[in-house]
Every structure is written in C-alpha cells, then in structure tokens.
Design a binder for this molecule. Structure first.
Ligand code: F6P
Length: 336
C-alpha cells in the first residue's frame, strides 16, 4: 500500500511520534509512506516527500513536526485533493490535526479514503477521552506556575499566568490545580472581576500576601468580550491573547497590590513531549496505519479509557469538548 500523511493546524508535542509510528508500522507491513508538507497546503500544492524508515529515526522526542504545518484547508480546492491522490497513487491518507484539519477531512471522507488522528494541546476535541499534546502543555504550564509561586510569594505580588485554551479551559484547570493556583478562569465560565479581586483580598486578609491567578486566553469577563490581538489566523479566527495583561491593570487597581502578568504562549506547544504523550501519540499513529490497511476509512483513532479505538471521523468536530460545570465546581475546593 502507499499511504499519505499530513499534519495540520497548530503544532503540538507528539506529532513526530505519530509520524514515526505510522512509518514504522508501514515498514513492518511493507507499505510506503509519503508525507505532505504544511498540512492540506502540501496536498493542494503537490509538495510532498517520501518517508522511508530512516527519515523518522531520532524524531520521537522532538517537538514540532518534520512535515511542517499550516492552517490551510483542503476545502479551498477539494478537486485538487482528489487529483493528488491519483497522481501519488495513494491507497489512503492519514490526516493528523485539530478542528480545522479534521473538519475538512470529514467533508472529503465520502469519496476520499481518509483516517484521522486528533491532536491539540487544548484537549477540546470530542470523540476521544484525551488528545496528545495536552499532557505536555499542562506539565510546562504547571512548572511555570511553580516557578512563579516562589517569586510571587517573595514580592507579595499577584501573578497572573495566561495559558492557551481558545474554547476550553482544560489547560488552565489542570495546570492551575497542579500548581496550586488561587483563581482559575476559563472560557466556559465568564468571570466577575469583583469576585476575582475579592478572592485575592480574602487571601491577603488571611495573611497570604500573594496570589496566583491562571487564566485561559479564551476566558472573558461577564458581559465583556474575549481579548483578541486584532488580527485573524489563516482560518479567519481572531488571534487570541492579552486577557492576562487586561486583568493585570484591573486587578492591581481593585486590590491595591502589585500585579504582574506572564503569557506562556507557544512555550506550551514547543519542545519535547512528555513520556505520556510520546506513548499515546505512538499508539494512535500505529492504529491509524492499521485502520488504513483494514480499509476503515472515515474513522479517527480515539483514546477510550486505556484502549485505542476507532470512532467516526465526524465525532472529533461534532461538538467542542469543554470542561463540564461539575468539574469546575469540584475544583473550587482547591482554590483560594
Ligand atoms: O488550538 C491550539 C491553540 O494553541 C489555541 O489554544 C490557540 O488559540 C491557537 O492554537 C494559537 O494558534 P497560532 O499559533 O496559530 O496562533
């Protein structure tokens, strides 16, 4: 068999582990793999490279993706995708991506043989219990919070840590809980600035002279707007970021205590994946290759409990996997 593979959307620790697993599994079964560069862009432009087993040696611990990525969509020119299939004599395509990439994959899946692998550090795709990359992002953010804790404490400051999370607060919640944050603000629950200030002041009145506030980039004040950078990404979505600095001035004014914001940004997406993500990504990649061999097109690999299963491709983007209200309520016990 000859199998295409691409990585689309924002990069994510573990992408190379998936590519490596597909190539190793293919090698074992005598299949060939061709990698398209820069997500759907490489399919549209005909920009690809052969992926023999040697090409994936040493990439398991590397962040990013050896194929490059972009947010271009196959739906720009679907007929070219079909033509490229014939030109490359492909028997199937493995599309590794998040919302945008898998949405396009699902639209094409009625007449193009595609298997999806869900990825995003945000963990906001449904149909799978967890996406690879999330664990790494949480580790990085939790480590940053630990470091900020000691400096906040020494200077009696409020420290705001802005983490990624466009539509879902999974990173904020998990990193905040792991780092012992005092306030966690997520997109699922618009926040009340007075309430945030009251929590910080309540700590101070208990003799705790510092606070750690973790905020997801997509969190917004009640009745207010999400803070954006005034530009759109390739999918036409507003580029997020800035809520941390927005909070900085408001919280300083309301609490009278020095307040500093730190934006973790792409640090959360870069560098080596955790062992958990390497193993999860490898299992998903191997299953995707076997799914192509079995002709299970129109599916995606999914983590269910501790097993890797196949789910309908449309499940990934059918709804956003946001943090349930009950989980946010339970987290209250650890805050403040
Ligand atoms: O989808 C993952 C994500 O990290 C979001 O949390 C964030 O809004 C977005 O990607 C940023 O993407 P980019 O690097 O393209 O600006």
């Amino acid at each position: 068999m000859r199998i295409g593979i691409l990585t689309g959307g924002g990069d994510c620790p573990g992408l190379n582990a998936v590519i490596r697993a597909v190539v190793r599994s293919a090698h074992l079964h005598g299949d060939e793999v061709v990698g398209f560069r820069d997500g759907w862009g490489g399919v549209i432009d005909g920009n690809c490279m052969e992926l023999p087993i040697d090409r994936v040696a040493g990439i398991l611990p590397r962040g990013g993706t050896i194929l490059g990525t972009s947010r271009r969509s196959a739906l720009e020119q679907p007929e070219i995708v079909r033509r490229r299939f014939a030109e490359q004599r492909l028997d199937g395509l493995i599309a590794i991506g998040g919302n945008g990439t898998l949405f396009a994959a699902n639209e094409l899946a009625s007449d193009v043989p595609i298997v999806g692998v869900p990825k995003t550090i945000d963990n906001d795709l449904s149909g799978t219990d967890r996406t690879f990359g999330f664990d790494t992002a949480v580790h990085i953010a939790a480590e940053a919070i630990d470091r900020l804790h000691t400096t906040a404490e020494s200077h009696y400051r409020n420290l705001i840590v802005e983490v990624m999370g466009r539509n879902a607060g999974w990173i904020a919640l998990h990193a905040g809980l792991a780092g012992g944050a005092d306030v966690i603000l997520v997109p699922e629950r618009p926040f009340d600035l007075d309430d945030v200030a009251a929590r910080v002041l309540a700590r101070r009145s208990r003799g705790r002279g510092f606070s750690i506030v973790v905020v997801a980039e997509g969190a917004a004040p009640q009745g207010g707007e999400i803070v954006t950078r005034g530009v759109n990404d390739q999918l036409g979505r507003p580029r997020l970021g800035g809520v941390g600095h927005w909070l900085e001035s408001h919280l300083e004014e309301r609490t009278g205590a020095e307040t500093r914001a730190v934006v973790l940004g792409h640090v959360q997406r870069g560098g080596t994946p955790t062992a958990y993500d390497r193993v999860l990504a490898s299992r998903l990649g191997q299953r995707a290759h076997l799914a192509v061999r079995e002709g299970r097109f129109g599916t995606m690999t999914a983590l269910r409990g501790s097993s890797i299963e196949l789910a309908p491709l449309g499940d990934a983007t059918a709804r956003l996997n946001t943090v349930p209200e009950a989980e946010l309520d339970l987290a209250e016990a650890f805050l403040g």
